[in-house]
Write a protein that binds this ligand. Structure first.
Ligand SMILES: Nc1nc2c(c(=O)[nH]1)N[C@@H](CN(C=O)c1ccc(C(=O)N[C@@H](CCC(=O)O)C(=O)O)cc1)CN2
Ligand SMILES: NCC(=O)N[C@@H]1O[C@H](COP(=O)([O-])[O-])[C@@H](O)[C@H]1O
Length: 195
């Protein structure tokens, strides 16, 4: 069984979409893969309840409990490595990871970012797209590198920006596409793993 570990910080809606895709046999059995655990840096992350309700192990590694980013990442790696994952998925995970963490999971660390990278790395992407007058927006699944939101792009989804859109309107439209794209991108990654 190939283990996937998902990191979240909040609602975990992308994590939930991946879990549902695996459960519904769209690729779970066929690819002999499972979401082994969901780990959050926040104890109040709503996605933890979804994971528990779906029989998935959960853990909290609270970044506020560590004196440095490096110490937090080391504790996070220790928790993740208990499951010997073939893939670590960032799904609304809101901590910038250290070069040591990224190097440890190089090639098997994905993120979904709510913009059409390389446009708008970082935070507040939807408002920035609106402020820039973009006619299209979207999301990107990419390999994670030490440089923020910079790695090899695996998939992108595009949505129109509509007249009068607020950042919330745009975020909701993009999120709908994220929930379709991320499970497919994870499945494709698993299919391409060496036997
Ligand atoms: N080394 C990398 N770490 C992370 C990447 C990456 O590409 N390389 N992607 C991010 C995800 N992300 C955007 O997609 C992102 C997450 C968080 C931040 C950020 O500024 N975080 C602050 C704290 C914010 C908070 O706690 O609310 C911080 O870490 O100081 C920017 C972009 C995940 N990590
Ligand atoms: N920089 C990371 C980032 O902003 N991720 C974004 O957080 C939102 C909530 O995700 P969730 O519902 O899966 O938690 C999603 O739009 C995701 O792209």
């Amino acid at each position: 069984m190939k283990n996937i570990v998902i990191l979240i910080s909040g609602s975990g809606s992308n994590m939930a979409a991946i879990v549902r895709a695996a459960e519904q046999g769209r690729w779970g059995e066929r690819l002999n893969a499972r979401v082994a655990t969901v780990v959050s840096n926040r104890a109040d992350a709503e996605g933890l309840r979804f994971a528990k309700d779906h029989g998935i192990a959960t853990a909290v590694v609270d970044h506020k409990g560590f004196s440095s980013r490096e110490a937090f990442d080391e504790a996070l790696m220790a928790e993740i490595d208990r499951f010997e994952p073939v893939l670590v998925v960032l799904a609304g995970f809101m901590r910038i990871l250290t070069p040591a963490f990224v190097a440890h999971y190089e090639g098997r660390l994905l993120n979904i970012h709510p913009s059409l990278l390389p446009a708008f790395p970082g935070l507040n992407t939807h408002q920035r797209a609106l402020d820039a007058g973009c006619q299209f927006a979207g999301a990107t699944v990419h390999q994670v590198t030490a440089e923020l939101d910079h790695g090899h792009i695996l998939a992108q989804a595009v949505v129109p920006v509509l007249q009068g859109d607020s950042a919330e309107d745009l975020a909701a439209r993009v999120l709908t596409q994220e929930h379709l794209m991320y499970p497919r991108a994870v499945a494709e990654f698993l299919r391409n793993l060496p036997l």
